[in-house]
Design a binder for this molecule. Structure first.
Ligand code: UGA
Length: 345
């Protein structure tokens, strides 16, 4: 535990999600900062409730304006992490994505402007859209999305517009901000793999199938690629952004991803199958399940469109934050699989 001269106060909204719950566990373990947290659900945080530095409120952002404003005024940093980040929902309920990811969070951004509180906001790798194989760079890459009837892009567009709004508040109203762009983070607490949830992201979806000995479904053959970043590496980047040594993260945008963690979705499925086969009780799984394929439109709906490759250029994070990932995809997947299996032991 590192003691600070004056412990920071951090407000985290959407604190009970994948990023929030992992970040809070990490901060409580390694720092003496106070966390003021809000979420609809507290299950992933319940083990930390007795901790004196965690001040958790269960509730909806939408009905908590007065409480949020009080915290924004009193805190050093605000992390608005509440968001829908599931491609199935982008296609099936796009307005809910716009309402939460853009409209609700715009209120928080404006409160930060009003009280001049530093905001660290989750942008997304999806703002880059359909890049043609080049690593995505914060300063030079274009943001390329599909036609309006491809509703998948409402998430990318909502996040991109928020990036532009925050940037403009930074330039024209001196809002201190950092935008970070997760590239397919994964690890313990990603999603509930024991339930068949359409909103789960790919690693959780495949794990759900594998642990239940069901076939894996690849979308459109699985040749599309992603770069996967293990959550512990991501948390190290987050800590450097929060601590902001020498102002390195002030009014900056960072891709936080692992160029070396690239895999095709088919390759990911095959690797995960092998790794699960190495776990007690699953040695026969190669004979029990098949890897199948289905069109994206059948799986998600007609508004789905995919991204073929998405590689982060992390030179900015290396240079400014002195950060780079160290966990291989193989090692991160093993840790993730063991975490979920341990939940049932
Ligand atoms: C994700 C989500 O938009 C966000 O969670 C997030 O902001 C962003 O990427 C990120 O973390 O960088 P995507 O990578 O397309 O987007 O989402 P996944 O659901 O994880 O799917 C990855 C790939 O696997 C897609 O090509 C998808 O079609 C494929 N997939 C997914 C399958 O082949 N089978 C499945 O059962 C599920």
């Amino acid at each position: 535990m590192e003691a600070s001269p004056k412990p920071m106060n951090i407000l985290i909204l959407g604190a009970g999600g994948f990023i929030g719950s992992n970040l809070i566990a990490h901060i409580l373990k390694h720092r003496d900062w106070h966390i003021h947290a809000l979420d609809l659900h507290g299950d992933k945080l319940a083990q930390h409730f007795p901790h004196p530095n965690l001040h958790f409120k269960q509730g909806d952002m939408r009905g908590s304006h007065a409480w949020i404003e009080e915290q924004v005024k009193a805190c050093d940093i605000v992390l608005p992490l509440a968001a829908i980040a599931s491609p199935a929902t982008y296609v099936q309920n796009p307005l809910s994505v716009f309402e939460l990811d853009f409209e609700c969070n715009l209120d928080i951004v404006r409160l930060c402007v009003r009280h001049n509180t530093r905001i660290i906001f989750p942008s997304t790798s999806e703002v880059y859209g359909m890049q043609a194989g080049q690593p995505c760079n914060e300063e030079t890459s274009n943001c390329i999305t599909g036609p309006i009837h491809k509703e998948r892009w409402i998430y990318s567009s909502s996040k991109q517009l928020m990036d532009r709004v925050i940037y403009a508040y930074g330039v024209h109203h001196n809002l201190p901000y950092t935008l970070f762009r997760p590239f397919n983070w994964y690890g313990p607490g990603l999603d509930n793999v024991w339930e068949n949830a359409p909103s789960n992201r790919v690693i959780a979806t495949f794990l759900h199938s594998l642990l239940h000995r069901r076939d894996i479904t690849l979308i459109n053959g699985g040749a599309q690629k992603r770069c996967f970043l293990y959550i512990e590496d991501a948390l190290e980047a987050m800590m450097r952004i929060i601590e902001n040594k020498d102002g390195a993260a002030t009014n900056a945008i960072f891709n936080i991803g692992h160029p070396g963690g690239e895999a095709s979705i088919r390759g990911l499925a095959e690797t995960m199958l092998e790794l699960v086969a190495g776990q007690p009780g699953y040695s026969n799984i190669r004979n029990e399940i098949k890897i199948t394929s289905t069109p994206g439109g059948d799986f998600y709906g007609a508004g789905y469109q995919d991204i073929n490759t998405r590689i982060p250029d992390i030179s900015h994070a290396i240079e400014k934050l002195g950060w780079q990932p160290t966990t291989s995809l193989q090692d991160g997947l093993v840790k993730t699989i063991r975490y979920y299996l341990d939940q049932k032991r």
